[in-house]
Design a protein around this ligand. Sequence first.
Ligand SMILES: *Cc1c(COP(=O)(O)O)cnc(C)c1O
Length: 424
Amino acid sequence: MHTYDHIESEDPEVFSIIQGEDKRQAEGLELIPSENYVSTAVREAMSSSLTNKYSEGYPGKRYYGGQEFTDQIETIAIERAKKLFGAAYANVQPLGGANANIAMYMALLEPGDTVLGMDLSHGGHLTHGHPVTYISKVFRFVRYKMKNIETGEIDYDLLRETAIAEKPKIVLAGFSAYPRELDWRRIADIAHEVGAYAVADVAHIAGLIAGGSAKNPFDYGFDVMTRTTHKTLRGPRGGMILIRESEEVAKKIDKAVFPGLQGGPHMHQIAAKAVSFKEALNPAFKDYARQVVMNAKAMADVFLADGARLITGGTDNHLLLLDVWSSYEISGGEAETLLDRAGITLNKNSIADDTRKPMDPSGIRFGTPSLTTRGFTTSECEAVAKMMIEILKKRDDETVERVREEVRVLAAAHPIPESFVNLV
Ligand SMILES: *Cc1c(COP(=O)(O)O)cnc(C)c1O
């Protein structure tokens, strides 16, 4: 499918490892909700000559010569990003989602300022001030939570009380393990009531927003969005920052990304972002986003029918959080290992107010972006959910082997597509 002629002859050691990973991806079912497959066009941009070029600065304002083509590439990426998400300004240089968040904090805060963000065990992200991060030592992070773990309802009253008491400069909404839609309007209003910026980290759901299957926080008054360009958006690994309307904020963000945080932008990655944004602007991407959500709901229904406990009781987006400990008396770590042996890849995950430790928590997190890219429909996703349940219940080698074979057949019937242009 992909040519590696030069690596094969010049570095057989690395070649064979890459081949192994290609095979693993082709023959297994990828349920990690933050992963996806990029098109060959995106991969070609990633391996283009743009990787050779230094272009510190921004289009028209660079610190090196020879920017005729890099300026065009970055401008196209910016214009497409703005169009996709309804933003007045975009910065496409962040190397990843973590960098985008750090630059956003640097732009909007002074050291010691407060951020009010989602509790990490309730679905927030490491980069939202987890104590292991350096950023948690620079800024002060306070938390809001769900009021009801069984429905996923956020405790908006507590959020408002905390905002009034703690005077944050940023109210941050966003998550990597929360399966429900947020009341974006309510959060934006609370942020603005206390004079804070309303910032959404939509890393996980960016593709659903672009495809019209999740709400766009900008429609509800949010000021800034950070996100990754991979995950549901199906672009290259990377990050970006969007600003709804404030030129002043946009200028601060640009300065924070470069020279504040990063050096030269990765122009090959920016070219690949531009290509993926074009794919996401294609009407077919709307069908993709809709199918991702339908597939996740179909899987949720199978688990609920089996009496399992899904955190928040189901899903509105691409991901599910299953309490395997109380549902099937198996730890998240054991479930991850067992399913991996059957070719079903997902990750163990803490659940809200988990009584078990993060290294072997009570839950597993999984989702449908990758399966949907391979053309899986609801009935096939239901079949995958049933395979998972069988393994979680039986756990014997024979069952694992049999399911492994079923997974191979299903995967072979749905090869990873090379192009999304003609898919509807
Ligand atoms: C994935 C994710 C990030 C980090 O993105 P990286 O590209 O891995 O640095 C940040 N925030 C949220 C909510 C995420 O889900």
